[in-house]
Write a protein that binds this ligand. Structure first.
Ligand SMILES: [Zn+2]
Length: 411
C-alpha cells in the first residue's frame, strides 16, 4: 500500500478492451489461410515446383492455481484461466535445423485458450510452447532468477517462463489439453491475469493504459518473488527526496498476490501517476496509514484512490487483505467506527466507489474522473471534489454531495 519513497516503506499491513487475444485462434487460422492463398498465387502452374504449405498447431488452455483471498481467510485453492498472457512456439523448421522461435501470440482473453501454429514448407520438429508472465507489451511480471526484490540488484527484469514438453514429430493438430503454470511461479500468472481487470476498465480508447500514449505504450512492471524480502508498495520513480532506485515498478513479495485487491491497489498507484502523465501529488507522509485512519489529506486521497481502483476493477466495494480479511467499504455497520473525513482513505475510497457506481452521479463509471486526472493533478480529495470536478462538468451537489456526506466528508 505505501509508496516506497515515503517516510515509511513498510509493507502492506493488511492490505486489452476486449483484448486482442479473443480471436487469436481465428486470426492464426486466417493468417494460415491467407498465406496458403498467397503461395498459390505466387506459384504459377508453369513453375512446376509448387510448394505445399504445412501447418502444425499445438492447442490447449493455460491455467494457474492460486489461494483465493477474495474468498475469505481460508483462502481456498482455486484454478483460473490465464487470459492474455504471452506464448511463443519454438522448434526446428527442419530436422537438421536449430531450435528457434516459430510464432508467438496471446492466450485468449476469455478462456486462456491458445493455438500455437507454424506454417512452413515442412512440418516442424521438436516443438514446444513457451509461456511468459506478461501480456503483450502492456504489462509484465519480473523477478525470476537470482535477484530478490528489495535486495541487492533487485531490479531484475527477467520474466517468469516455462515450456511444455517437447513434441518431436507433432501431428498437424496436437491438443495439449490444460497446461498448468508450475506451482513455484503461479503467483506471477495470477498477477498477469488479474491486471486484465484493470486494463479492461482503463476508460480510454487508446490501446495504452492512458490517453497520453497511443502507439508505444508504457508497460506496467510488477516485480514479485516468493522469497522477496520486501514488497507491497509502488516504487515511485522521482519522489522529492527519493533515495530509492525509482523504478516506477510495483513490488510484491511472497503471498501478497493472494489478494487481487492488493495487486490492483498497487497498480492503481502506478495508474494514477500515468493518468497525470507522470506527475504525482505532493504526498509527504503516509507512514502508518490504514483504511480506518488518516495520516494526511494527500495520503487519504492517493491511498483512497488506489483502494477505489481495486474495487472498481473487480466490480465490488471491498478491500481484501492478502490474509483474506476484508472490509466492505460501504458497510456502515462495519466501518461506522472508523475515523471521519477526507484524511481517511477508507472514506475517500467509499465516496469514489459510490460516485462511479452503477447508480452514481458520474454516469455509471469512472471515465470522467479518468479524463479529469488526465488534465488536473489534485493534491487531495477536497481539491478533486470542490475544484476539479466542476472544471470538468462533474457534479458536486445533489447525489454527489449526499454520497460524500454519507461517507463522513463534509465541505
Ligand atoms: Zn497504497
Amino acid at each position: 500500500m505505501p509508496i516506497r519513497s515515503q517516510t515509511s516503506s513498510a509493507p502492506e499491513t493488511g492490505p486489452m478492451g476486449s483484448p486482442a487475444g479473443t480471436s487469436t485462434r481465428r486470426r492464426t487460422l486466417a493468417a494460415a489461410l491467407a498465406l496458403g492463398a498467397g503461395l498459390a498465387l505466387a506459384t504459377p502452374f508453369t513453375a512446376g515446383t509448387a510448394v505445399a504449405a504445412s501447418t502444425t498447431c499445438l492447442n490447449g488452455a493455460l491455467t494457474y492455481d492460486h489461494n483465493d483471498a477474495e474468498a475469505g481467510t481460508r483462502k481456498p485453492l482455486v484454478t483460473e484461466r490465464s487470459r492474455n498472457s504471452n506464448w511463443e512456439l519454438w522448434g526446428r523448421k527442419a530436422a537438421a535445423g536449430q531450435v528457434e522461435r516459430l510464432s508467438g501470440g496471446l492466450t485468449s482473453a476469455t478462456d486462456g485458450g491458445f493455438s500455437a501454429c507454424y506454417t512452413g514448407t515442412t512440418a516442424p520438429r521438436d516443438v514446444h510452447v513457451r509461456f511468459f508472465s506478461s501480456a503483450g507489451d502492456l504489462w509484465r511480471v519480473v523477478g525470476a532468477g537470482t535477484a530478490k526484490p528489495g535486495g541487492p540488484n533487485w531490479k531484475n527484469e527477467t520474466q517468469y517462463t516455462f515450456t511444455t514438453a517437447t513434441q518431436s514429430t507433432p501431428a498437424a493438430t496436437t491438443n495439449l489439453g490444460t497446461v498448468k503454470v508450475p506451482r513455484s511461479m503461479q503467483q506471477a500468472w495470477k498477477i498477469t491475469d488479474t491486471l486484465n481487470q484493470l486494463y479492461w476498465k482503463r476508460g480510454t480508447a487508446s490501446r495504452c493504459w492512458t490517453a497520453h500514449q497511443t502507439s508505444t505504450c508504457d508497460p506496467l512492471t510488477v516485480a514479485w518473488r516468493q522469497d522477496g524480502s520486501s514488497g507491497g508498495f509502488w516504487d515511485h520513480p522521482s519522489f522529492p527526496g527519493d533515495t530509492s532506485d525509482g523504478t516506477d515498478w510495483v513490488v510484491l513479495k511472497a503471498d501478497d498476490p493472494d489478494s487481487k485487491h492488493l495487486i490492483l491497489h498497487e497498480a492503481g498507484h502506478w495508474l494514477q501517476w500515468q493518468l497525470h502523465n507522470k506527475q504525482w501529488p505532493p504526498v509527504y507522509d503516509c507512514s502508518g496509514h490504514s483504511l480506518d485512519k488518516g495520516a494526511s489529506a494527500a495520503c487519504g486521497w492517493t491511498e483512497g484512490f488506489a483502494n477505489a481502483v481495486a474495487a472498481y476493477a473487480l466490480g465490488d466495494t471491498r478491500y481484501v487483505f492478502s490474509t483474506g480479511d476484508s472490509y466492505d467499504l460501504l458497510d456502515q455497520r462495519v466501518v461506522g467506527s472508523w475515523g471521519k473525513g477526507d484524511w481517511v482513505e477508507g472514506r475517500v475510497a467509499a465516496a469514489l466507489i459510490e460516485l462511479w457506481g452503477p447508480n452514481g452521479p458520474d454516469g455509471g463509471n469512472w471515465n470522467r474522473t479518468v479524463a479529469l486526472m488526465n488534465r488536473y493533478v489534485s493534491s487531495d480529495f477536497k481539491q478533486y471534489f470542490t475544484q476539479h470536478r466542476p472544471l470538468t462538468g462533474l457534479s458536486t451537489t445533489g447525489a454527489a454531495k449526499t454520497i460524500i456526506n454519507r461517507n463522513t466528508i463534509v465541505y
